[in-house]
Design a binder for this molecule. Structure first.
Ligand SMILES: Cc1cc2nc3c(=O)[nH]c(=O)nc-3n(C[C@H](O)[C@H](O)[C@H](O)COP(=O)(O)OP(=O)(O)OC[C@H]3O[C@@H](n4cnc5c(N)ncnc54)[C@H](O)[C@@H]3O)c2cc1C
Ligand code: FES
Ligand code: FES
Length: 485
């Protein structure tokens, strides 16, 4: 049985743990406000807020820690029922304060959509309203830019985005005085969400975690489901799954000595949220924003990206270039480590047994001698998978490269570690000549194929341009485009 709170009601569902939450919401709980568009995480019509109990640090007050709920938007079409155990799920119906005659009073976000005429057919509107309401409840100051970013996973076919952007800007304006230390209490007090939100933290505390079923060690691991529910949409509902998405032992980002260790169940947006990582990777936010959309970044985990073994996985490219190692834990409890680059033996063929869980990834922290960059080309800049992607980490001394790690996606059957190109760069000076010669080496060790995302020749050309871009970005004073081409 899976227990969670849906809007203001506690639900104890006997449905199979693999059932998409969207079906539970619409067909079991009869809340049709959450819409079905693509069922592939692309359109955002099914977006819900998922609230997780956290201990909120409010040092300025007399209490040291206070239970609070952190809300993140997710697409319910890809969210397994198993993943919402102990969570607060908010649909569009849960955002309105009920009035005496049975109707609901529009929330400030809904009112902004009405005021700006930001809806026509209305199929996408609940998704936009839910995503924007996530802004009200987030622990960050909201700018118009951030409000628009919160709806980057929502597609509208008929209204046109300008009026929706204006509604988002209106909401941001109203949130100017939000208390980022306790956004839920502030949002209740100021009418952004109904009063019942105030009791949710206490109610969630009473829901016990559910232990995995007997023999689950042999079931397929499930994290965010953003790959599994797209690839195996018809079978996931009934598949025996072992959800590790909410396993606290697989969460977190910590610094230990000169290493960073990240739990396998950390999601892409956890990277952006980490001040420690942002300090060390100044372009981290720009890079991670190129991966999918806000709701998918709130669900898609590092482990899922690595184990899915897509040759164009963005996080995989990122972490291969960091020369990362992963830890795998077998059902017996035995653990082993290997380099992420060595996980891939052939197309979707891994050095991993089915019972092994990827528990963490670790890499050496960058120093003052480190240069890191990530580049991606896709048909659209945002919310699209890569045609080709690549990341690079260089350790340099003066102008000389002492160590090099380079990854490339979309140019081989596996996420590729460019071993020969990296070896060629070691001991070389960062000059135009070095970059040109390195491209010749690189061309010998890639084997792109023609497919829907481009011809083999085009992908070769893309990787060359992205390789140039690495050096122009990292050494703008030494490497100029006009001298490269
Ligand atoms: C709309 C949309 C846009 C996307 N855009 C991008 C993009 O721009 N870039 C990109 O790289 N990807 C993208 N993806 C793909 C996907 O979001 C990522 O690959 C994500 O990181 C997968 O993680 P997950 O937790 O959802 O994996 P899941 O679907 O839960 O699992 C994927 C695989 O990993 C296995 N697995 C999961 N966790 C573990 C574990 N801890 N140990 C062992 N095995 C495990 C599962 O058994 C399964 O085989 C997109 C997906 C969607 C739906
Ligand atoms: S139905 Fe399109 S994202 Fe879920
Ligand atoms: S209002 Fe029709 S799709 Fe957005």
């Amino acid at each position: 049985m899976i227990e969670f709170i849906l809007n203001d009601r506690t639900i104890r569902s006997e449905a199979e743990p693999g059932t998409p939450l969207l079906d539970v919401i619409r067909y079991h709980e009869h809340l049709p406000g959450t819409k079905i568009g693509c069922r592939e995480g692309d359109c955002g019509a099914c977006t819900v807020l998922v609230g997780t109990l956290r201990l909120l640090d409010i040092r300025s007050s007399s209490e040291a820690e206070k239970p609070n709920v952190e809300y993140r938007s997710m697409t319910s079409c890809l969210l397994a029922l198993a993943n919402v155990q102990g969570k607060h799920i908010v649909t569009v119906e849960g955002l309105t304060e009920p009035l005496e005659h049975g109707a609901g009073k529009l929330s400030h976000v809904q009112q902004a959509m009405v005021d700006q005429a930001a809806t026509q057919c209305g199929i996408c509107t609940p998704g936009f309203v839910v995503s924007l309401s996530g802004c009200c409840l987030s622990q960050e100051a909201v700018t118009p830019e951030l409000a628009v970013r919160s709806i980057d996973g929502n597609i509208c076919r008929c209204t046109g985005y300008k009026s929706i952007e204006r509604a988002a800007a209106d909401v941001a304006k109203q949130l100017a005085k939000k208390d980022v230390k306790d956004p839920v209490a502030w949002s209740v007090k100021n009418g952004f969400v109904p009063g019942y939100f105030a009791d949710i933290a206490e109610r969630l505390k009473t829901i016990k975690p559910v232990l995995p079923p007997e023999g689950a060690g042999n079931f397929q691991p499930l994290s965010g489901g953003t790959d599994l529910y797209v690839q195996k949409h018809d079978t996931m509902h009934h598949s025996p799954i072992r959800s590790v998405f909410n396993d606290e032992g697989l969460k977190g980002i910590r610094i230990a000595g000169d290493e960073c260790i990240i739990g396998g169940a950390a999601v892409a947006n956890d990277l952006i949220a980490s001040q420690e990582l942002r300090k060390r990777f100044p372009n981290l936010e720009k890079h991670v924003l190129l991966v999918s959309s806000t709701p998918i970044r709130n669900m898609g985990t590092l482990a899922g990206n690595f184990v899915n073994a897509s040759p164009i996985g963005d996080l995989t490219a990122f972490f291969i270039a960091l020369d990362s190692s992963i830890t795998l834990r077998a059902a017996s409890g035995n653990e082993r480590q290997l380099k992420l680059k060595d996980l891939y033996k052939g197309y979707k063929d891994l050095d991993k047994s089915p019972d092994e869980i990827l528990t963490s990834v670790r890499f050496k922290l960058p120093t003052q001698h480190t240069r890191f960059n990530f580049e991606k080309v896709s048909k659209r800049t945002y919310l699209d998978i890569a045609s080709v992607n690549t990341a690079i980490r260089l350790e340099k001394e003066g102008h000389t490269i002492r160590q090099a790690f380079i990854s490339a996606g979309g140019v081989a059957p596996v996420p590729k570690f460019l071993a020969n190109t990296a070896a060629f760069l070691i001991g070389k000076e960062t000059t135009t000549e070095t970059v040109r010669k390195a491209v010749a080496v690189m061309n010998e060790e890639i084997a792109p194929i023609s497919d829907a995302r481009g011809t083999a020749d085009y992908k070769r050309l893309l990787l060359r341009q992205l390789f140039f871009a690495h050096f122009m970005e990292l050494f703008p004073e030494r490497i100029k485009l006009k001298e490269l081409v």
